[in-house]
Design a protein around this ligand. Structure first.
Ligand SMILES: Cc1cc2nc3c(=O)[nH]c(=O)nc-3n(C[C@H](O)[C@H](O)[C@H](O)COP(=O)(O)O)c2cc1C
Length: 205
């Protein structure tokens, strides 16, 4: 797990260097061969040089329970909150389960939305992607995700959108994105996302 320090990134050789934007990636699937985790890995590779995407694995985030919250944060929750807090933006990659977002993803968002009125998610720039072997491209799950993030004041990029349908035809057996059209879309999406984050940062300064 990586916590970002402003102005520093971890490079692939383990050294650190200057970088403009630190994005925290969260995939809403715990499956080893998940298409959505694979899409997030593809985004890491296709990101423009000024964006570093680091992944937070939500597998260990417990089920939200208000009684547990009153006792104080358990470690996966405080790590999740700190990772969101120290990032410049969030990239959420969601599967679609029964026309909505998976419970594990909603659960993590619910934890991160607390305490009410003081969430680390509020005013955080974000973007959404999703992949499914089906034909709908996770459109309905993405709409639901936008709605929940709106409740917390997350600033989700409106356009462009990425809906990866027939995902089983677009990734190879090792989970590498091989479909040229999707590779182009993801690359352009990330350039737009960088501009979105920049625009929101400029408005704050
Ligand atoms: C409980 C459940 C419900 C699902 N509902 C939908 C759905 O509404 N729409 C859809 O496109 N795919 C649906 N699927 C298929 C998922 O898109 C598919 O399992 C996908 O691979 C999950 O994402 P992952 O590969 O990142 O784990 C469903 C799968 C499960 C397990």
């Amino acid at each position: 797990m990586v916590l970002f320090t402003k102005g520093e990134i971890r490079l692939t050789d383990g050294t650190t260097g200057a970088s403009d934007l630190h994005v925290l990636g969260i995939a809403g699937s715990l499956r080893g061969k998940s298409f959505n985790r694979a899409l997030l890995r593809a985004a890491q590779e296709l990101a423009p040089p000024d964006i570093l995407i680091d992944v937070f694995d939500i597998a260990n985030v417990p089920l939200y329970n208000g009684d547990d919250e009153e006792k104080g944060d358990v470690e996966p929750v405080s790590e999740l909150r700190e990772a969101i807090k120290t990032s410049d933006a969030l990239l959420v990659v969601t599967p679609e389960y029964n026309y909505g977002i998976p419970g594990v993803l909603k659960n993590s968002i619910d934890w991160a939305s607390r305490p009410y009125g003081q969430s680390v998610l509020t005013d955080k720039p974000a973007a959404i992607m999703g992949a499914t072997p089906g034909t709908g491209g996770t459109a309905r799950a993405q709409l639901q995700l936008r709605q929940s993030l709106a409740a917390i004041g997350v600033l989700v990029m409106a356009q462009p959108e990425i809906f990866v349908s027939s995902a089983h035809e677009k990734f190879d057996n090792e989970g590498r994105l091989t479909d040229e059209t999707t590779i182009k879309h993801v690359s352009r999406f990330l350039v737009s996302f960088a501009a979105w984050i920049d625009r929101l940062s400029l408005n704050r300064s």
